[in-house]
Design a protein. Structure first.
Length: 318
């Protein structure tokens, strides 16, 4: 994906040059409109960034970096995360898996220089889990998968999940608008969220989906998306079927949508938490996402689990 990242950077530079004010005068920016009068969000948008979802422990108490600190952080993060390195032995090689050609983690932190994508709580960390959620997570810890259902939905190539936060690759989304609907197509897994804007209620609680049931509305120039009815089989940092996700998308300028979200799940987290990240306009199109063509890797994962069980059994019998 390295060549795509280069094209993305070039497009951003060209856009920046086009937006530079003439003779030092700054003009107010007016969002373009669709034929039916709504703010125009159409296009391909990227959310790649080096800023982590949660604030790293070493930056505890520090909400923002200075420009110098951000430059150093970017350099260090790219060096440490370089999947083409071959130092550290066999274990390090296994952890690095895909090489850099397949990565799209971005090159920079978010423009605000925040130390986390989470903006609330102020400590930039996901709130503690409820006691019940802790028990559920502990029951899964260290347990080898007995079948494909025990593996994460992303490993099984079923869903990327929500909210839209950066992953190591395929951080591109395409937005399409029609009268009464907004569609967000996620490059990873090729999932399409078809979001009605006509005020209809959510589906019956018994009707659930991997990405929930979304309803949208306009608040001024901001698109608000309310999503419930999650299946809850694959948690987002321990979220379950009671997750209530609210998202806000606001066109900040010609090249940016400010994406904000709040995760509210009272059976999983002790309090709601929120994050934000800019979505950057891209001249790229979405790539086909094959994701384990034939899913042969799933067979290998389960075979490895059975081999590990056999090895542990043989050790125990000595």
């Amino acid at each position: 994906m390295a060549y795509r990242l280069l094209a993305h950077v070039i497009a951003a530079v060209i856009l920046w040059a086009c937006l530079m004010p003439v003779s030092g005068q700054v003009k107010a920016w007016t969002p373009p409109r669709t034929p039916d009068g709504q703010p125009d969000f159409e296009g391909v948008w990227a959310i790649d960034a080096l800023t982590p979802l949660e604030r790293p422990p070493e930056l505890s108490g520090k909400q923002f970096l200075t420009k110098e600190e951000a430059s150093e952080y970017e350099k260090r993060t790219l060096e440490e995360g370089n999947r083409d390195r071959r130092d550290g032995g066999a274990d390090a090689d296994l952890r690095r898996n895909y090489n850099e050609a397949w990565r799209e983690r971005g090159l920079h932190v978010v423009p605000s220089l925040r130390t986390s994508l989470i903006v609330d709580p102020p400590d930039g960390r996901i709130p503690p889990l409820t006691l019940e959620a802790q028990k559920k997570r502990a029951a899964k810890a260290g347990r080898l998968p007995s079948g494909p259902e025990d593996l994460a939905l992303r490993i099984r190539c079923i869903t990327r999940g929500l909210p839209m936060v950066p992953t190591p690759n395929n951080n591109f989304f395409q937005i399409v608008q029609t009268p009464g609907y907004v569609v967000i197509l996620q490059e990873m897994m090729h999932e399409a969220r078809i979001i009605p804007l006509d005020g209809r209620p959510h589906a019956d609680p018994h009707v659930r989906g991997y990405m929930g049931d979304s309803r949208g509305r306009w608040e001024g120039d901001t698109l608000v998306i309310d999503t419930t009815n999650f299946i809850g089989k694959d948690d987002f940092y321990a979220a379950d079927e009671n997750l209530h996700l609210t998202e806000w998308l606001t066109r900040a300028d010609a090249g940016t949508i400010l994406y904000r979200f709040t995760v509210d799940d009272p059976t999983a987290f002790t309090k709601p938490w929120s994050g934000e990240i800019p979505m950057t306009k891209s001249a790229e199109t979405l790539f086909p996402y094959e994701c384990q063509e034939g899913n042969y890797a799933l067979v290998d994962i389960l075979a490895g689990a059975r081999a590990q069980e056999k090895q542990e059994k043989e050790k125990g019998g000595r």
